[in-house]
Design a protein around this ligand. Structure first.
Ligand code: FAD
Ligand code: NAG
Ligand code: NAG
Length: 907
């Protein structure tokens, strides 16, 4: 132990030194970009406009910052990270749709997904979840699986044993102990070891990110193994560890069943890799709502928004290098022709073997540094998937949101060795393991999309060599022998499945086909039909490999991302993207996601317990505002507003309309948006005919009015105006989507935090004010009121956009645009600028008659001096007289004023 402390200190010192003296790049998770949930799109034609944008040279954006080869989650994820800091990225995909293992395909009306069955660690506020929320702007939703999420089935039909696997640490243990009485100690010990090994994964990421000499030092001194139980246990096989724990054969099998999620049989699997999967699902399992195609569908627009593109049918055939062995671009095969695309950085998501063995020129492939990396990795095992389309609902077919791992017996090592080493025709008849899952049963939108139908996917392992001879034949036309072999696999796999799912009968099957290792090769670009990329056996976990195979390749400007860079699985491939992004942006994105998770958790936390008032910070005519501090361990600063609202009708107690408003306000406790002040608690106590209302909010000590008063006379920069407006509109859009109108938006109730975050406050309160008879006119400003409100006419969410327009102008003027002191004067001030509307636009329901004497006729085209054309256009769309002609918050956000991105300063 004595050595460890100083070494960690040295490592940290170097780490810190590196980051302090080479300033870190921008943080893609700096601002919370989750937007309000948009309506889901189910129409595949519509989705394909995003997912299937075919490659043509004219669609390639110019001045690219980076090219990414492959659109798996490792490629798209990295693309999003870079796009979020303003980089223009081109993602090139060889298949005809984006997504890699996350793509889906449709046959006979059944949508099948390929490589996403369940993903762990997605409870609210975990780093994984927060990161994915940000990477999809809050649009991708996750649906939890059943608990038990996995069912392990062992043995032949006449002697079949079933073991449900539950999530939740306590539940996992309890339920296993119920199945295996007398094995309590083994079960506890197993989970203890798995957790301890799983927790050591931090060092794996660190070895890839530490400066190379430090990483190598940790490896060659043996410290890596001493520092992390992960690396300590990594050389031990799963079989070895489990056999020490128990003699019970079924329990040994249940301890090891999940090896199929990374692809090495227990005797070849590293106990540490296995531990990662066990702990991955310990808190539950999730499936993407709307199916796996939702993942790419919500990531691509973020890449496009920064000026990038994701193009498919774009097989990269080689990476281009210049005379100094520096990557300068890629070559894409378009028919028989090469199209060359240049960029200062090339990142490959195509896997280490594809990248080094197929895309590098021979002389670079031969470099010792490249050969060394190749010698450390092996191809992983091939996979075979059977896709079944069924007539019937999940209820009719007995399908649930869970997975089945069905094994011929409990001696996995022996069964699998015989199978994989067997002759292909023989092996086809005795498949020892199938994984069965129904995507349709997991997706709550399925019933709406494909009523009365269901899907089933069954996966097993298969040798690439069994199918290799047909690899160059045309897809879907590989001849009768290929078909026959495939059919033999389908038959035995189906038989095993139907024995466990008796409600699935042959007459229910409307579609069935199989994807073999050579299909994986064709559709996923998997060189040897690998199911999980490079092999995850014991050799993969020697610390040296992690310090050697890193995002930076031995060739300048060429990087690796995705599952081969980190680990397999959706989460492993994303970790690959984070690791690669960390290197490119020169900051630790793994840490950034942890900070992000803490931040969002803090924001979404409901107020627990009590608070103490610190000071009175404001007195209005109808209440007081206090600064307060949360009691307990979190000690957040709070703003507490206390109002007393008098009902109009003194006879009959609190009016119903007021009760409704309070109920609405309470609903707002559930609203979470970075640009809306978080309401932590709302409570109302009736006192006679009045209500004593207390609102507890997050505390921000500056409003926009104060903020603007500190701006120097030279004014705000255009970028700052853009940023403030964008945040304001995002907040408004969120409120409007949730059917909340503000009605009284003004600089006093727009808050600006120390970090420059804009937050809308007092939304929904305006209605409360209408109950308050004591409201004095002097306090209520008319300056931001929309004309329809001034005219007492009907109004809708567009009133807030008028106010937003007034505030927009104020950001340039540094003083209010329209300063009237009576309603008539306010209207006159407005018409002086926007011109008097025509009589036909005058609202029909206003008590105020139209009069030509209100102001000058006709509208002026330029509202303010010194505005650029985009600025002027946006302002005039906000200040449209007719509410129906006014721009909405969501439209305003895509106005050209916001479109142009500042050139990023990162490199
Ligand atoms: C059947 C199956 C089931 C799975 N189930 C799960 C599960 O339930 N949970 C889970 O977490 N993980 C699961 N996985 C694993 C997970 O899907 C993968 O580990 C992960 O998605 C890999 O992501 P990636 O970005 O690294 O690679 P990929 O998704 O494989 O992406 C690589 C991309 O590069 C493209 N490409 C390759 N060469 C070129 C080239 N020359 N030019 C252009 N493009 C190229 C490929 O076409 C591909 O789209 C499963 C995988 C399979 C196959
Ligand atoms: C190769 O490209 C890099 C950067 O793009 C450049 O600095 C270097 O001079 C180039 N070398 C040659 C030989 O063109
Ligand atoms: C599906 O099953 C229903 C009865 O359960 C039957 O009426 C219908 O014809 C079947 N559809 C197909 C396409 O087989």
């Amino acid at each position: 132990m004595w050595l460890i402390v100083p070494v960690i200190l040295v490592a940290l010192a170097i780490f810190v030194f590196k980051y302090v003296f080479s300033s870190p790049g921008p943080n893609p998770f700096e601002t919370d970009t989750r937007g309000p949930l948009k309506k889901m799109v189910h129409d595949m034609k519509e989705k394909n406009k995003v997912l299937k944008q075919g490659f043509v040279a004219s669609k390639v954006p110019d001045n690219l910052d980076a090219i990414i080869i492959g659109s798996g989650i490792g490629g798209l994820g990295l693309g999003v990270l870079l796009a979020k800091v303003g980089k223009k990225v081109l993602v090139l995909e060889q298949h005809d749709r984006a997504g890699g293992c996350c793509h889906t395909f449709t046959e006979k009306g059944f949508e099948f997904d390929v490589g996403i069955h369940y993903i762990g660690e997605l409870m609210d506020h975990t780093p994984s979840r927060c990161m994915l929320d940000q990477m999809t702007n809050g649009q991708l939703q996750w649906e939890p699986l059943e608990n038990p999420f996995d069912q392990v089935v062992l043995g032949p039909p006449e002697n079949q044993r079933r073991y449900p696997i539950y999530s939740g640490k306590t539940r996992f243990l309890e339920e296993l102990k119920k199945c295996f009485p007398g094995e309590e100690k083994a079960i506890d010990e197993y989970l203890k070891l798995a957790k301890k090994a799983g927790d050591g994964i931090w060092l794996l990421a660190l070895l890839k990110l530490l400066p190379s000499p430090v990483a190598k030092f940790l490896v060659y001194t043996g410290l890596a193994k001493r520092l992390s139980f992960f690396f300590k246990m990594a050389p031990r096989s799963l079989t070895e560890v489990v056999n020490e724990l128990t003699e019970n054969k079924d329990l040994r099998a249940v301890f090891t069943y999940i090896f199929g999620t990374y692809g090495n049989i227990p005797k070849d699997a590293s106990f540490s890799m296995h531990s990662l999967l066990v702990t991955h699902f310990l808190n539950g399992a999730w499936y993407p709502k709307g199916g796996a195609s939702e993942i790419a569908y919500h990531m691509i627009p973020i890449i496009e928004k920064a000026g990038g593109a994701v193009l498919v049918r774009a097989p990269v055939n080689r990476i281009l290098f210049n005379g100094s062995q520096e990557a300068i671009g890629v070559s894409v095969m378009k028919g028989q022709e090469e199209v060359h695309i240049h960029a200062p950085m090339v990142i490959s998501n195509a896997g280490i073997f594809n990248t080094y063995q197929k895309l590098l020129p021979k002389e670079l492939q031969a470099l010792p540094a490249i050969q060394k990396q190749l010698s450390m990795m092996k191809h992983g095992e091939g996979g075979l998937s059977v896709f079944v389309g069924l007539n019937g609902t999940k209820e009719e077919l007995g399908l649930k949101a869970d997975n089945y791992w069905i094994f011929a017996e409990n001696n996995f090592d022996e069964l699998m060795v015989n199978y994989m080493n067997g002759d292909r025709e023989e092996s086809a008849k005795k498949v020892p393991l199938v994984f069965v899952a129904s995507a349709s049963a997991k997706d709550p939108t399925w019933e709406e999309r494909s009523p009365g139908k269901s899907t089933l996917t069954v996966v097993t392992f298969a040798k690439y060599a069994w199918f290799e001879e047909w690899k160059d034949d045309k897809v879907k036309n590989r001849g009768p022998e290929y078909k026959e072999l495939k059919q033999a696999f389908i038959d035995s796999i189906l038989k095993m499945t139907m024995e466990v799912f008796p409600k699935i009968t042959r007459d229910k099957i409307e579609y069935i086909d199989a994807g073999t290792p050579i299909s994986n090769n064709h559709y996923l670009g998997a060189m040897k039909g690998e199911i999980y990329g490079a092999d995850h056996g014991i050799d993969r976990f020697c610390p040296e490999l992690y310090a050697t195979v890193r995002p930076q390749t031995p060739l300048k400007n060429l990087y690796l991302t995705g599952q081969d860079m980190f680990l397999c699985g959706f989460t492993g491939a994303i970790a690959g993207a984070l690791t690669c992004g960390s290197v490119i942006l020169n900051r630790n994105l793994h840490l950034d996601t942890i900070v992000l998770a803490k931040k969002t958790k803090r924001m979404n936390d409901k107020l627990k317990g009590d608070y103490e008032l610190l000071a009175e910070v404001g007195v209005g005519c109808y209440g007081k505002v206090y600064k307060a501090k949360e009691v307990g361990d979190r000690q957040r600063l709070l703003a507490v507003k206390k109002f007393s609202i008098r009902g109009e009708d003194s006879e009959s107690g609190v009016p119903a309309s007021m009760i409704r408003e309070v109920a609405l306000l309470r609903k707002m406790e559930d609203l979470n948006h970075p640009n809306v002040v978080k309401l932590l608690d709302a409570s109302a106590v009736p006192v006679g005919t009045s209500l004593d209302l207390t609102l507890v909010l997050e505390y921000i000590d500056q409003d926009l009015l104060t903020y603007l008063s500190k701006v120097p006379a030279t004014g705000l920069s255009r970028e700052r105006v853009k940023d403030l407006m964008r945040q304001l509109l995002q907040g408004l859009d969120f409120l409007h989507t949730n059917l909340v109108l503000h009605r009284d938006l003004k600089p006093e109730n727009i808050l600006v935090s120390n970090h420059g975050e804009v937050k809308i406050a007092d939304f929904g309160l305006a209605r409360m004010h209408t109950f308050n008879m004591a409201l004095t006119p002097g306090v209520v400003t008319l300056w931001y009121r929309a004309p329809e409100v001034l005219l007492n006419s009907a109004y809708m969410s567009s009133v807030d956009m008028w106010s937003a327009g007034c505030i927009f102008a104020e950001l340039f003027l540094l003083k209010p645009l329209f300063q009237g002191y009576t309603e008539v004067q306010q209207l006159q001030k407005i018409f002086e600028v926007i011109g008097l509307p025509s009589e036909k636009d005058w609202p029909k329901d206003t008590p105020v008659p139209y009069s030509p004497s209100w102001g000058p006729k006709g509208s002026s085209t330029k509202l303010l001096p010194n505005l650029g054309p985009d600025e002027n256009d946006l302002l005039s769309q906000c200040l449209a007289f007719r509410p129906s002609g006014r721009i909405s918050a969501i439209k305003a956000l895509s106005h050209p004023f916001f479109a142009r991105h500042p050139k990023s300063s990162v490199e």
